[in-house]
Design a protein. Structure first.
Length: 295
Protein backbone atom coordinates (compact mmCIF):
# COMPACT_ATOMS: atom_id res chain seq x y z
CA UNK A 1 0.00 0.00 0.00
CA UNK A 2 1.44 3.43 -0.96
CA UNK A 3 2.24 5.67 1.99
CA UNK A 4 -0.51 8.18 1.14
CA UNK A 5 -3.15 5.44 1.16
CA UNK A 6 -1.85 4.12 4.48
CA UNK A 7 -1.95 7.63 5.91
CA UNK A 8 -5.58 8.05 4.81
CA UNK A 9 -6.54 4.66 6.25
CA UNK A 10 -4.99 5.43 9.64
CA UNK A 11 -6.28 9.01 9.67
CA UNK A 12 -9.82 7.80 9.05
CA UNK A 13 -9.53 5.16 11.75
CA UNK A 14 -8.12 7.41 14.46
CA UNK A 15 -10.56 10.21 13.62
CA UNK A 16 -13.45 7.81 14.09
CA UNK A 17 -12.16 6.70 17.49
CA UNK A 18 -11.41 10.29 18.54
CA UNK A 19 -15.03 11.21 17.77
CA UNK A 20 -16.14 8.49 20.17
CA UNK A 21 -13.93 9.75 23.00
CA UNK A 22 -14.37 13.52 22.74
CA UNK A 23 -17.27 15.02 24.71
CA UNK A 24 -20.31 16.13 22.71
CA UNK A 25 -20.15 19.74 21.60
CA UNK A 26 -23.38 20.64 23.40
CA UNK A 27 -22.60 19.25 26.85
CA UNK A 28 -22.18 21.04 30.17
CA UNK A 29 -19.42 23.34 28.80
CA UNK A 30 -20.32 23.79 25.12
CA UNK A 31 -17.77 26.50 24.30
CA UNK A 32 -14.95 24.44 25.79
CA UNK A 33 -16.11 21.28 24.01
CA UNK A 34 -16.37 23.12 20.68
CA UNK A 35 -12.83 24.40 21.13
CA UNK A 36 -11.61 20.87 21.77
CA UNK A 37 -13.31 19.57 18.61
CA UNK A 38 -12.08 22.56 16.61
CA UNK A 39 -8.46 21.89 17.54
CA UNK A 40 -8.54 18.11 17.16
CA UNK A 41 -10.35 18.07 13.81
CA UNK A 42 -8.66 20.90 11.95
CA UNK A 43 -6.77 18.90 9.34
CA UNK A 44 -3.71 17.46 11.06
CA UNK A 45 -1.64 14.81 9.27
CA UNK A 46 -1.92 12.44 12.27
CA UNK A 47 1.73 11.38 11.87
CA UNK A 48 1.98 10.25 15.50
CA UNK A 49 -1.11 7.98 15.46
CA UNK A 50 0.02 6.64 12.08
CA UNK A 51 3.34 5.71 13.67
CA UNK A 52 1.46 3.85 16.42
CA UNK A 53 -0.43 1.81 13.81
CA UNK A 54 2.63 1.25 11.61
CA UNK A 55 4.55 -0.08 14.61
CA UNK A 56 1.72 -2.48 15.39
CA UNK A 57 1.80 -3.70 11.79
CA UNK A 58 5.57 -4.21 11.98
CA UNK A 59 4.89 -6.50 14.96
CA UNK A 60 1.97 -8.32 13.28
CA UNK A 61 -0.53 -6.92 15.79
CA UNK A 62 -4.09 -5.83 14.88
CA UNK A 63 -4.88 -2.13 14.76
CA UNK A 64 -7.69 -2.65 17.27
CA UNK A 65 -5.11 -3.13 20.02
CA UNK A 66 -3.63 0.30 19.30
CA UNK A 67 -6.66 2.57 18.86
CA UNK A 68 -6.54 4.08 22.34
CA UNK A 69 -2.78 4.63 22.20
CA UNK A 70 -3.16 6.33 18.80
CA UNK A 71 -5.87 8.63 20.19
CA UNK A 72 -3.92 9.45 23.33
CA UNK A 73 -0.77 10.53 21.53
CA UNK A 74 -2.76 12.71 19.11
CA UNK A 75 -4.59 14.41 21.98
CA UNK A 76 -1.29 15.20 23.68
CA UNK A 77 0.06 16.58 20.41
CA UNK A 78 -3.03 18.74 19.91
CA UNK A 79 -2.90 20.08 23.46
CA UNK A 80 0.75 21.03 22.92
CA UNK A 81 -0.06 22.91 19.72
CA UNK A 82 -2.87 24.87 21.40
CA UNK A 83 -0.54 25.96 24.20
CA UNK A 84 2.45 26.59 21.90
CA UNK A 85 0.33 28.99 19.82
CA UNK A 86 -0.70 31.13 22.81
CA UNK A 87 0.41 34.78 23.02
CA UNK A 88 2.61 33.94 26.00
CA UNK A 89 4.38 31.22 23.98
CA UNK A 90 4.90 31.46 20.19
CA UNK A 91 2.02 33.91 19.65
CA UNK A 92 0.82 32.31 16.39
CA UNK A 93 -2.42 33.30 14.66
CA UNK A 94 -2.50 30.46 12.10
CA UNK A 95 -2.43 26.69 12.53
CA UNK A 96 -3.06 24.26 9.66
CA UNK A 97 -4.43 27.08 7.56
CA UNK A 98 -7.03 28.12 10.15
CA UNK A 99 -7.11 30.60 13.04
CA UNK A 100 -5.41 29.17 16.12
CA UNK A 101 -7.64 28.11 19.01
CA UNK A 102 -7.13 31.27 21.05
CA UNK A 103 -8.02 33.38 17.99
CA UNK A 104 -11.08 31.31 17.05
CA UNK A 105 -12.32 31.27 20.67
CA UNK A 106 -10.36 33.17 23.32
CA UNK A 107 -7.17 32.71 25.29
CA UNK A 108 -8.78 31.30 28.44
CA UNK A 109 -10.85 28.79 26.48
CA UNK A 110 -7.76 27.72 24.54
CA UNK A 111 -5.83 27.05 27.76
CA UNK A 112 -8.72 25.03 29.17
CA UNK A 113 -9.15 23.09 25.91
CA UNK A 114 -5.47 22.11 26.02
CA UNK A 115 -5.77 21.10 29.67
CA UNK A 116 -8.86 18.99 28.95
CA UNK A 117 -7.27 17.21 25.97
CA UNK A 118 -4.19 16.37 28.03
CA UNK A 119 -6.31 14.83 30.80
CA UNK A 120 -8.48 12.96 28.27
CA UNK A 121 -5.40 11.34 26.74
CA UNK A 122 -4.56 9.56 30.00
CA UNK A 123 -8.20 8.73 30.68
CA UNK A 124 -8.32 6.91 27.35
CA UNK A 125 -5.15 4.94 28.09
CA UNK A 126 -6.62 3.52 31.30
CA UNK A 127 -9.93 2.54 29.68
CA UNK A 128 -10.73 -0.88 31.15
CA UNK A 129 -12.84 -1.86 28.15
CA UNK A 130 -9.95 -1.59 25.68
CA UNK A 131 -7.77 -4.60 24.80
CA UNK A 132 -4.29 -4.88 26.24
CA UNK A 133 -2.24 -6.20 29.12
CA UNK A 134 -2.78 -4.11 32.31
CA UNK A 135 0.95 -4.00 32.99
CA UNK A 136 1.55 -2.63 29.50
CA UNK A 137 -1.16 0.00 29.98
CA UNK A 138 0.74 1.26 33.02
CA UNK A 139 3.93 1.35 30.97
CA UNK A 140 2.11 3.32 28.25
CA UNK A 141 0.93 5.88 30.79
CA UNK A 142 4.47 6.24 32.13
CA UNK A 143 5.88 6.48 28.60
CA UNK A 144 3.45 9.18 27.50
CA UNK A 145 3.77 11.16 30.74
CA UNK A 146 7.57 11.11 30.49
CA UNK A 147 7.55 12.15 26.83
CA UNK A 148 5.07 14.98 27.30
CA UNK A 149 6.26 16.44 30.61
CA UNK A 150 9.31 18.01 32.21
CA UNK A 151 11.64 15.35 30.78
CA UNK A 152 10.26 15.66 27.26
CA UNK A 153 8.04 17.98 25.26
CA UNK A 154 7.45 20.64 27.95
CA UNK A 155 11.16 20.86 28.66
CA UNK A 156 11.79 21.25 24.93
CA UNK A 157 9.33 24.13 24.72
CA UNK A 158 10.97 25.81 27.71
CA UNK A 159 14.40 25.50 26.08
CA UNK A 160 12.95 26.82 22.82
CA UNK A 161 11.51 29.91 24.50
CA UNK A 162 14.77 30.57 26.32
CA UNK A 163 16.75 30.22 23.09
CA UNK A 164 15.08 33.03 21.15
CA UNK A 165 17.81 35.35 19.94
CA UNK A 166 20.54 33.07 21.28
CA UNK A 167 23.31 31.30 19.36
CA UNK A 168 23.10 27.58 20.02
CA UNK A 169 25.61 24.95 19.06
CA UNK A 170 24.39 22.09 16.89
CA UNK A 171 24.48 19.74 19.88
CA UNK A 172 22.38 22.19 21.93
CA UNK A 173 19.86 22.46 19.10
CA UNK A 174 19.62 18.67 18.84
CA UNK A 175 19.09 18.45 22.59
CA UNK A 176 16.22 20.94 22.38
CA UNK A 177 14.48 19.11 19.55
CA UNK A 178 14.98 15.66 21.05
CA UNK A 179 12.71 16.97 23.79
CA UNK A 180 10.32 19.27 21.96
CA UNK A 181 9.62 17.16 18.84
CA UNK A 182 11.46 13.87 19.16
CA UNK A 183 10.13 12.78 22.55
CA UNK A 184 6.49 12.49 21.45
CA UNK A 185 7.42 10.89 18.12
CA UNK A 186 9.48 8.30 20.00
CA UNK A 187 6.58 7.80 22.41
CA UNK A 188 4.27 7.10 19.46
CA UNK A 189 6.46 4.23 18.29
CA UNK A 190 6.96 2.93 21.83
CA UNK A 191 3.22 3.08 22.56
CA UNK A 192 2.57 1.08 19.42
CA UNK A 193 5.02 -1.58 20.57
CA UNK A 194 3.55 -1.70 24.08
CA UNK A 195 0.00 -1.88 22.74
CA UNK A 196 0.99 -4.72 20.41
CA UNK A 197 2.30 -6.52 23.48
CA UNK A 198 4.67 -8.88 21.69
CA UNK A 199 7.87 -6.93 20.96
CA UNK A 200 11.17 -8.49 22.00
CA UNK A 201 13.85 -6.43 23.72
CA UNK A 202 15.87 -6.42 20.52
CA UNK A 203 12.89 -5.15 18.56
CA UNK A 204 12.15 -2.48 21.18
CA UNK A 205 15.73 -1.19 20.98
CA UNK A 206 15.60 -1.11 17.18
CA UNK A 207 12.27 0.75 17.23
CA UNK A 208 13.62 3.25 19.76
CA UNK A 209 16.61 3.99 17.51
CA UNK A 210 14.30 4.34 14.50
CA UNK A 211 12.04 6.73 16.42
CA UNK A 212 14.93 8.91 17.59
CA UNK A 213 16.19 9.24 14.01
CA UNK A 214 12.85 10.13 12.44
CA UNK A 215 12.11 12.56 15.28
CA UNK A 216 15.26 14.50 14.46
CA UNK A 217 14.60 14.23 10.71
CA UNK A 218 11.09 15.60 11.25
CA UNK A 219 12.39 18.75 12.95
CA UNK A 220 15.15 19.28 10.40
CA UNK A 221 12.55 19.11 7.63
CA UNK A 222 10.32 21.55 9.53
CA UNK A 223 13.22 24.01 9.65
CA UNK A 224 13.84 23.56 5.92
CA UNK A 225 10.16 24.17 5.16
CA UNK A 226 10.21 27.34 7.28
CA UNK A 227 12.71 28.66 4.72
CA UNK A 228 11.51 27.05 1.49
CA UNK A 229 7.78 26.59 2.03
CA UNK A 230 4.91 29.00 1.59
CA UNK A 231 2.25 30.00 4.09
CA UNK A 232 -0.68 28.63 2.07
CA UNK A 233 0.87 25.15 1.79
CA UNK A 234 2.33 25.02 5.29
CA UNK A 235 -0.89 26.22 6.94
CA UNK A 236 1.17 28.41 9.24
CA UNK A 237 3.26 31.53 8.79
CA UNK A 238 6.29 30.79 6.61
CA UNK A 239 9.52 32.26 7.94
CA UNK A 240 8.18 32.65 11.47
CA UNK A 241 11.19 30.99 13.10
CA UNK A 242 13.64 33.30 11.36
CA UNK A 243 11.48 36.34 12.09
CA UNK A 244 11.30 35.39 15.77
CA UNK A 245 15.04 34.87 16.08
CA UNK A 246 14.81 31.15 16.76
CA UNK A 247 17.88 28.97 16.19
CA UNK A 248 17.21 26.33 13.51
CA UNK A 249 19.09 23.65 11.60
CA UNK A 250 19.12 25.87 8.52
CA UNK A 251 20.47 28.89 10.41
CA UNK A 252 23.30 26.80 11.87
CA UNK A 253 24.06 24.44 8.98
CA UNK A 254 22.66 26.14 5.89
CA UNK A 255 20.02 24.62 3.62
CA UNK A 256 22.15 22.09 1.79
CA UNK A 257 23.76 20.65 4.90
CA UNK A 258 20.39 20.57 6.64
CA UNK A 259 19.01 18.50 3.75
CA UNK A 260 21.99 16.15 4.03
CA UNK A 261 21.44 15.81 7.78
CA UNK A 262 17.76 14.89 7.28
CA UNK A 263 18.76 12.28 4.70
CA UNK A 264 21.40 10.90 7.07
CA UNK A 265 18.80 10.46 9.83
CA UNK A 266 16.51 8.68 7.35
CA UNK A 267 19.31 6.29 6.40
CA UNK A 268 20.05 5.56 10.07
CA UNK A 269 16.33 4.89 10.62
CA UNK A 270 16.39 2.38 7.76
CA UNK A 271 19.39 0.63 9.30
CA UNK A 272 17.58 0.39 12.63
CA UNK A 273 14.72 -1.50 10.93
CA UNK A 274 17.02 -4.03 9.25
CA UNK A 275 15.94 -6.85 11.57
CA UNK A 276 12.26 -6.41 10.58
CA UNK A 277 10.61 -7.98 7.54
CA UNK A 278 8.29 -6.38 4.99
CA UNK A 279 5.65 -5.82 7.68
CA UNK A 280 7.74 -2.81 8.72
CA UNK A 281 7.58 -1.26 5.25
CA UNK A 282 5.09 1.35 6.40
CA UNK A 283 7.59 2.50 9.04
CA UNK A 284 10.20 2.68 6.29
CA UNK A 285 7.89 4.61 4.00
CA UNK A 286 6.94 7.02 6.78
CA UNK A 287 10.60 7.87 7.36
CA UNK A 288 10.93 8.75 3.67
CA UNK A 289 7.67 10.70 3.77
CA UNK A 290 8.91 12.79 6.71
CA UNK A 291 11.90 14.14 4.80
CA UNK A 292 10.07 14.50 1.44
CA UNK A 293 6.84 16.22 2.62
CA UNK A 294 5.98 19.78 1.61
CA UNK A 295 4.14 20.75 4.79
Amino acid sequence: MPVNEFLKQCQSRVNSVLEQHLPGQNGVAPRLFRAMHYSVFNGGKRIRPVLVYATAQALNAPFSKCDNAACAVELIHTYSLIHDDLPSMDDDDLRRGKPTCHIAFDEATAILAGDALQALAFEILVDDTSPGIPENKLKMIAQLAHASGAHGMVAGQAIDLASVGARLTLDELKQMHRHKTGALIAASVNLGALAAGNASQQQRRALQKYAECIGLAFQIKDDILDVEGDTATLGKQQGADVANGKPTYTSILGLEQARNSALEQHQLAMEALSLFDKNADHLRNLSAYIIERNK
